[in-house]
Design a protein around this ligand. Structure first.
Ligand code: IPE
Ligand code: IPE
Ligand code: MG
Length: 238
């Protein structure tokens, strides 16, 4: 199929690592490790396809509720991902960004430093903008935005009348990027789990039973093909 309608921004809920591992009698963290591999391939492929923004749900504000061993395993994978990308950034054209509450005391300090380092060294890159949602929760993001808006109103920097939809978008972690055109969730779950509640208001949703570590280029192509057939109306009659 020729793709005539390519999404500019794709958001992905990478779900199903645990079930992928369970099916193979492997530890959950092995599923996460394979999930990172799948992600690396998808980032390269999305860039090759001409996708401008890719936002992936890597760790939610709710994921701290998992057992300590799993959380530690995930933190180890982030650390390794960041280290590898800091090393290879010079060879790539990827711009790295994080959305989520990075001020949280739960996040290990060295991970915060590595995130800032990778953001800094890739800030002038012109390729795909890769956004990692890390310690991200949509309601938490809205809460943080409202706190900043209220503070700016109190300080006289903005008036109450100046609070428009555009202004609110600008206070969110995703300011300076368009809303996702397509949201993909793997693993068969059909919910958004607190991912981008404001930004997904008019996105197309694509759900697949494929578990995240099995999400290949072919699976990504299937999602693009389905998106290509969708008719977005934005409230209009045609
Ligand atoms: C998604 O896979 C990865 C994270 C939430 C970090 P899961 O770990 O949620 O996998 P399932 O849903 O248990 O299969
Ligand atoms: C959403 O997946 C978060 C990430 C993929 C990082 P979960 O597996 O945590 O979502 P629920 O708990 O099934 O809704
Ligand atoms: Mg899950």
């Amino acid at each position: 199929m020729t793709i005539t309608n390519l999404p500019e921004h794709i958001a992905i809920i990478m779900d199903g690592n645990g079930r992928w591992a369970k099916k193979r009698f492997l530890p959950r963290n092995e599923g996460h490790r394979r999930g990172v591999k799948a992600l690396e391939d998808i980032i390269d492929y999305a860039e090759e396809k001409g996708i401008k923004y890719l936002t992936v749900y890597a760790f939610s504000t709710e994921n701290w509720r998992r057992p300590e061993s799993e959380v530690n395993g995930l933190m180890g994978l982030f650390r390794r991902y960041l280290d590898n990308n800091i090393k290879t950034a010079g060879k790539k054209n990827l711009r790295f960004n994080v959305i989520g509450d990075l001020k949280s005391a739960n996040i290990p300090e060295d991970i915060k430093e590595k995130i800032n380092q990778l953001k800094e060294i890739t800030k002038d890159k012109t390729g795909i903008c890769f956004n990692m949602a890390f310690n991200y929760g949509g309601r938490d993001e809205v809460k943080r935005a409202l706190q900043k808006i209220a503070q700016d109103a109190k300080d006289g920097k903005i008036t109450v009348e100046a609070i428009t939809e555009e202004l609110i978008s600008g206070y969110l972690d995703t300011s300076h990027m368009p809303d996702p055109d397509l949201m993909i969730r793997t693993s068969g779950e059909e919910r958004t789990s607190n991912f981008l509640p404001w930004q997904l208001a008019y996105s197309e949703f694509y759900f697949t039973d494929c578990l995240w570590p099995d999400f290949t280029k072919e699976e990504f192509d299937k999602a693009l093909e389905v998106y290509n057939t969708r008719k977005r109306r934005f409230g209009k009659s045609e």
